[in-house]
Write a new protein. Structure first.
Length: 365
């Protein structure tokens, strides 16, 4: 039999390098004014971001070396450990938010980013263990929904409504592709929405009502102005006008308008090409994975990165309410960089194992 090639590592590594490099350049441009005004150092944010990138790359190599079956064998324990981390965030918080694990006054990680990855791992393990009984309501009620509900409630109560719903979207897509009956997801989503309305904070309710009533959104309006000012080719690197105090959070949630203003439609188009290329390569690994667990885990990792990017794009232009979700590898922030790089390490780990598996059992036939 002719030897088949299942090698996707190099293209993904090239995309990761390109995304990180471009992201660093754009983060410096977007954050320089804010950093100088706050700290007297225009490179303040990018220097901290580079340190976090180094930590993330270290995590990437660890994930690439660990046998991914470790995650399958310990999926439940890993998820419960994420609950403990979130509970620690409640205990050691600074009185303003429970989203971050704070030790000695320093924010260590955003706990929802960690819990999201753990939930994807647990979901992949559940699907493989119950592949022929995934629509058995008793199994769902006993072996899966309690774990999903506890995780989402802990995130919702932080409060982090946007992460809760985004994670639910990712998990729902994984379950749908795995073959779950859509009616179960509709029942759960309806119940979850009702429960979420009970826990909504006033600022969250006001944000949703303002969007629903089509009231002016200054952030979205300024973001659209920036994109319009960029036109086709943009005004050039570091020449953005909107970042000079006209738009808040330009180095985190609203970095996309700065990219659009400085590099125009072509710059935004190139970002879509990067993320879509990563998505399609991830799906190729998903399809060629040696077992259901690794396939579903690849799917979850790939969907996670693409959906976060698409949601950010949508709220920047006013299609959905502002959610505060970052663009992977572009927005400033340590936790999402760390766990996205770790998850991509797992993805390439699975691809590496698939290559070895195919070579050993197929190419020698």
């Amino acid at each position: 039999m002719k030897k088949e090639q299942f090698i996707y590592e190099k293209p993904i590594i090239y995309i990761i390098i390109a995304t990180i490099a471009i992201g660093c350049l754009m983060l410096y441009s977007a954050s320089s004014t804010v950093a100088f005004n706050k700290f007297g150092d225009s490179a303040f944010y990018i220097k901290r971001h580079l340190v976090r990138l180094l930590i993330g790359l270290f995590a990437f190599f660890i994930a690439y070396k660990i046998n991914f079956n470790f995650f399958k064998q310990n999926a439940t324990k890993i998820l419960i450990f994420s609950w403990i981390i979130m509970l620690f965030a409640y205990i050691f918080n600074d009185g303003t938010t429970n989203r971050f694990l704070i030790i000695n006054g320093k924010s260590i990680i955003t706990t929802s980013d960690f819990a999201k990855l753990c939930l994807i791992i647990f979901t992949a393990q559940f699907i493989e263990s119950n592949k022929n009984k995934i629509n058995n309501i008793n199994i769902l009620l006993i072996k899966y929904l309690p774990y999903l509900t506890i995780t989402l409630l802990l995130i919702l109560r932080q409060p982090d409504l946007s992460s809760t719903f985004t994670i639910l979207i990712i998990i729902s897509l994984i379950l749908l592709i795995a073959g779950i009956n859509i009616k179960y997801l509709i029942y759960y989503a309806t119940s979850g929405l009702t429960l979420a309305l009970i826990f909504l904070k006033k600022f969250q309710r006001d944000r949703f009502l303002n969007f629903w009533n089509e009231e002016p959104n200054q952030q979205a309006e300024q973001a659209i102005n920036a994109l319009g000012n960029g036109g086709l080719k943009g005004v050039g690197f570091d020449n953005s006008i909107i970042k000079e105090g006209f738009l808040p959070e330009v180095h985190t949630d609203f970095i996309l308008p700065i990219i659009g203003e400085e590099f125009g439609f072509l710059g935004i188009l190139f970002m879509f090409i990067l993320f879509l290329s990563l998505y399609f390569l991830g799906i190729r690994i998903c399809k060629s994975a040696p077992d259901i667990f690794s396939s579903m885990l690849c799917l979850g990792i790939t969907l996670n990165i693409l959906i976060y990017f698409l949601i950010n794009v949508c709220y920047v232009v006013g299609f959905i309410p502002t959610t505060g979700l970052a663009i992977p590898f572009f927005s400033y922030g340590g936790s999402h960089t760390l766990f996205n790089l770790f998850s991509l390490g797992v993805l390439l780990n699975i691809s590496k194992y698939t290559n070895l598996y195919k070579y050993k059992y197929i190419s020698h036939e």
